[in-house]
Write a protein that binds this ligand. Sequence first.
Ligand SMILES: Cc1cc2nc3c(=O)[nH]c(=O)nc-3n(C[C@H](O)[C@H](O)[C@H](O)COP(=O)(O)O)c2cc1C
Length: 387
Amino acid sequence: MNMVPELHPLFEPITLGNVTFKNRLAMAPMTRSFSPENVPDAVVADYYRRRAAGGTGLIVTEGVGIDQSAAIGDGSGTSSRIPLLHGEAQLAGWRAVVDGVHAAGGKIFPQLWHQGVFRIEGTGPYPDAPSLRPSGLWGPDGGFSTVSRDYIPRVIQPTRPMTEEEIADAVHGFAKSATNAKAAGFDGIAIHGASGYLIDSFFWPQTNQRVDRYGGDMAKRALFGVEVVKAIREAIGPDMPILFRFGQWKQQDFNAKIAETPDELGILLRALAEAGADAFDASTLYFSAPAFEGSPLSLAAWAKSLSGKLSMAVGGVGLSENLFASFETGGAAVENNFFDAAERMGRGEFDMLALGRALIADPDWPNKVRRGEPTLAYSRDMLGALA
Ligand SMILES: Cc1cc2nc3c(=O)[nH]c(=O)nc-3n(C[C@H](O)[C@H](O)[C@H](O)COP(=O)(O)O)c2cc1C
């Protein structure tokens, strides 16, 4: 296939653990709430298959509720339509998704997700289960956020902190779902450790004010995430890759930071790497934005240099508006900033590049960009159906 020469770095194969991707382009995890009764059906399978057929090397699925009873509820997506990764029908559904992606030449990781503080009490597949929050806190109200005003009063009241038993149960839930993912034929595991959900709410001092071993300085706030990675590594064995998503912004506040300094970030990422993470998906609103004052380095560049592991950049690739702006304006035009991404990758700043909204808009984005053909613009209306 013809290729725009400057884009070569994006289309080189890369190996992570025992998996080789045909190129460096990944589909970013995106909740779509299209799995009836929490089961991914043929429509979902076709949606992912089309992205693999369009040239995406790695599909990271939408957030998938782990096997812990408070993992999902209303608050982020429609809980009866968010997929799970336990139960016979769910696993059969995922097998069909995986087979379709493999047949189209792609690889696929499920994004293991526990909503934590975001779940509205009394909702989801197990409404009686209490929501899990490290310190009972949802987070600060009034942040720079897109959560709806109706939602805040339903979650803002402090609840009781998680008990040690609940922490152990959540860690076990991640491991059980990773075991199921391996059995269903997935190529690796993606962990959702960003956006203010359960794992991230342990990292963030605004939601973690614990005084036991899970709270305090960054090393202590990292412990829950470390335990999750270790448990998953033990469950899936040494070779299957683990991609860990951490990130700057939180749903509670798009301006939040994961760490005050590179040193602090290094403490977190090295602990996760030692626990068994193979690569870091550095979630930002714009892939090349400097992460810390006084340095031009992006978050993905810092992740790579601080952890010594591979890293993936994400945010605004191929589009004129970042995620937050496109909530407000309703869309984003096509932009050729992927040349900048390719140049950065060629210099070794990061190793992979994830596309979110650009792949909702255009399943053939990688193949088209590789050939120098125009791609389709993104509009929020596209979220109303899987196409
Ligand atoms: C509709 C939609 C749903 C999303 N759901 C998730 C999710 O389930 N898990 C996650 O980690 N990020 C989620 N994100 C964030 C994306 O993975 C990505 O980081 C973000 O959209 C920035 O990339 P982009 O600018 O290429 O769209 C979602 C984004 C969108 C637009």
